[in-house]
Design a protein around this ligand. Structure first.
Ligand code: ACO
Length: 325
């Protein structure tokens, strides 16, 4: 028996923020954003609601798809960089919202690789035989940590959530192999300076806009391409698979140019790569489960298909998962 994905669902807010909207907010253009990132619009959660709201809706959809009651869950792992509040964990709020009264859970911060980290972590509880039903959620309200006066970052991100249910199974959507990495040297290139224990929130930190995402985009871009391609290639090689064996790469959706460069290095054709960045931008921990959920809804995944998931994010964190649908 192996940890297998038996249910999947996603949620995105209704409100759209288009490139044309951003043209009115900062010095940018639809042409620049589309050609440099592939993004046309993103979804924005309304003020007053937090990440847990989206995570709970995605969780409910995954439970509905599986035909399972929330009370059957043993564990929920929520990957996010935007918990509703520092304490308690956002998963506490999700557990209450969906009435998952018989489980424990925790938040996990793996940046944009959060879902990959959480999926591998959740699978360990199944493979150990100690848990039978584990929910893994990736959810982020990136609009809460983005400066909408900073054109370098505000065009890139959006809000959303995706969830999967892991159970032991012989022959369905099994996780076959995975490799995860962390390089703390990357912290200098992608971080939020204030609001944590080193520099708590103060009038000065707010005035200096230190609660927003700050990144060296070019450095992140370069590392993302190399790391995602290298780790994915190692997974294929050690499992004796060639590019043609892969039905789909489901990559983290940060920039279409990153996705295209990774696909090229892996010798994958465009129709082997799932992208939805055009509609949602970078929803951080949510990009991969949203893309997986949409692919599922579109009926393009068939039993036995080889899938490769890959992500790169703040930390730096990165990793890939090889699975059979
Ligand atoms: N509109 C118009 N011009 C812009 C914009 C904009 N929105 N943003 C930047 N520019 C300008 C820059 O100021 C620069 O101008 P200059 O040449 O006069 O200095 C020019 O465009 C080119 O800037 P670059 O940074 O070289 O542009 P690049 O092609 O690298 O694209 C981008 C920038 C899109 C940020 C890219 O580097 C990228 O996607 N990096 C990866 C970011 C990422 O993936 N982050 C995700 C991790 S988040 C997480 O883990 C939570």
């Amino acid at each position: 028996m192996r940890a297998s994905i038996m249910g999947v669902g996603h949620f995105v807010p209704d409100k759209r923020l288009s490139n044309e909207d951003l043209e009115k907010m900062v010095d940018t253009s639809d042409e620049w954003i589309t050609s440099r990132t592939g993004i046309r619009e993103r979804r924005i959660l309304e003020a007053g609601q937090g990440t847990s709201h989206m995570a709970a809706r995605a969780a409910e959809k995954a439970l509905e798809q599986r035909g399972m009651a929330a009370s059957e869950l043993d564990l929920i792992i929520l990957a996010t960089v935007t918990p509703d509040m520092p304490v308690p964990s956002a998963v506490s709020l999700v557990q209450k919202a969906i009435n998952a009264e018989n489980c424990w859970g925790f938040d996990l911060n793996g940046g944009c690789s959060g879902f990959i980290y959480a999926l591998v972590t959740g699978a360990q509880f199944i493979d150990a035989g100690t848990h039978k039903k584990v929910m893994v959620i990736g959810a982020d309200k990136m609009s809460s940590i983005i400066d909408y006066e900073d054109r370098d970052t505000c065009v890139l991100f959006g809000d959303g959530a995706g969830a999967v249910i892991l159970e032991p199974s012989e022959d369905h959507a099994c996780i076959i192999d995975a490799e995860l990495h962390l390089d703390g040297d990357g912290a200098q290139y992608l971080h939020i300076e204030a609001g944590g224990s080193r520099t708590p929130a103060s009038r000065e930190t707010v005035e200096q806009k230190k609660h927003y995402v700050c990144q060296d985009g070019r450095t992140v871009f370069r590392h993302a391409v190399t790391c995602m391609a290298d780790v994915s290639k190692r997974l294929l090689d050690r499992n004796h698979l060639c590019p043609e064996d892969i039905k789909f790469l489901i990559p983290h959706q940060a920039n279409l140019r990153i996705i295209n460069a990774v696909s090229k290095r892996l010798n994958l054709k465009p129709d082997q790569v799932i992208t939805n960045i055009e509609k949602y931008g970078n929803t951080t921990a949510a990009t991969i489960p949203i893309a997986m959920s949409e692919a599922c809804q579109q009926g393009v995944l068939a039993p036995g298909d080889w899938l490769l998931l890959s992500a790169f994010g703040a930390g730096f964190t990165w990793g890939s998962i090889l699975m059979k649908w």
